[in-house]
Design a protein around this ligand. Sequence first.
Ligand code: PMP
Length: 445
Amino acid sequence: MNHDRSRALYDRALSVLAGGVNSSVRATKPYPFFIQRGDGAHVIDADGNRYLDYVMGYGPLLYGHSVPEEIQAAIQSHASAGPMYGAPTEIEVEHAEFVSRHVPSVEMIRFVNSGTEATVSAVRLARGYTGRDKIVIMQGGYHGAQESTLVEGSAEHPKPSTAGIPESFAQHTIPVPFNDTEAIEQVFSEHGSDIAGVLVEPILANMGIVMPVDGYHETLRSLCDDHGSLLIFDEVITGFRVGGLGCAQSRFGVTPDVTTFGKIIGGGFPVGAIGGRSEIIEQFTPAGPVFQSGTFSGHPVTMAAGLSYLEYAAENNVYSHINDLGSQLRTGLSEIVADQAPTYTVVGTDSMFKTIFTRDGAPDPDGHCSGGCQQNSDCSRFAHCPKTGADVSRAETDRWERIFWHEMKDRGIFLTANQFESQFVSYAHTKADIEQTLEAYKEAL
Ligand code: PMP
């Protein structure tokens, strides 16, 4: 494959954009391919190379790159009518009504412009509502580029995970290992009356893919109830992907107090949202005392794209298509990995998938996942599928990059470029695409 034009563009970008990109994960090695356009499940780069895409914009693109006509029409009509005003529009109300109709925990919603903005506002809301400062997060969880959650270490020794965040900020955050019931019980017994909320992805989706073990979210729910803390599900990735229109919370049968959304609900345009019970969401200004505001929030083009995305999913068999393909991909991949690379584990659910290099991941002789996590039975036949973020961070990331990023890219398959980020099947993918992908994995491994 020729990449001359991408290489030249990257050279130019390095002079004017920090690291040559506008979001760190895009700076793939040795240089990224620059994308010219999308076509269904494919992207075409600046040199005319075509790739089958499983990055899907890191999650928003439920339909791939060529949306159904009615979605396109809704986007175009709102783009040409305005595109935005600084005054309310009907489409914002319609979108909020749709979400609250389909997600039982959501009575009211506030739209913002990114997943980061949603989690920033959710943390401020939890603090404002409870009058407490501490936020519990999961080690290996991700909630965007924000001060309260870019914190690593342990409950006893939290510290900022990046330059630019004061040590003192991190003192208000308590990182705990995901799926560890004892650890969270201990934290609540020590700090319960200071905890404003627990912020958790229902499925860790930025650290490989780590499923909750049976009962973990129920434990979080009852600890929050017992101590008057808010349970906040970050469904920026899982929202309207896992569990269909009811989101991951319906799949796991646990009702959070607050949910953050992003990605899919904006139909490919910048979006975030905070939803929950009215008495909580109405703490936001101007209804309540917790300041929240944004020039672009509820942007009509985004609202039109997002709402038509969701309406189309409600009226067509979108989730059964993408989940069936996801299942075929994970099953095929599990067989290949069991045969050729048993130290890898295949993880995922619905339309999400990933392979993780877990050195101790020997195949389970019975052919079942033995860990009690809530993966689809087809997802993993390995004894050592990850249970915590630490399990994934011990994976061999260099090897992953060599095999799955470079080798797959050379075979025309676009995956996320590191061990940690989830990959996605879209409505534009076909059975033939899955077969082509499995062949490429076989060769690459
Ligand atoms: N929360 C989760 C669970 C995410 O996966 C992400 C981004 N991948 C964010 C929040 C931040 O969203 P954004 O990049 O739109 O700010």
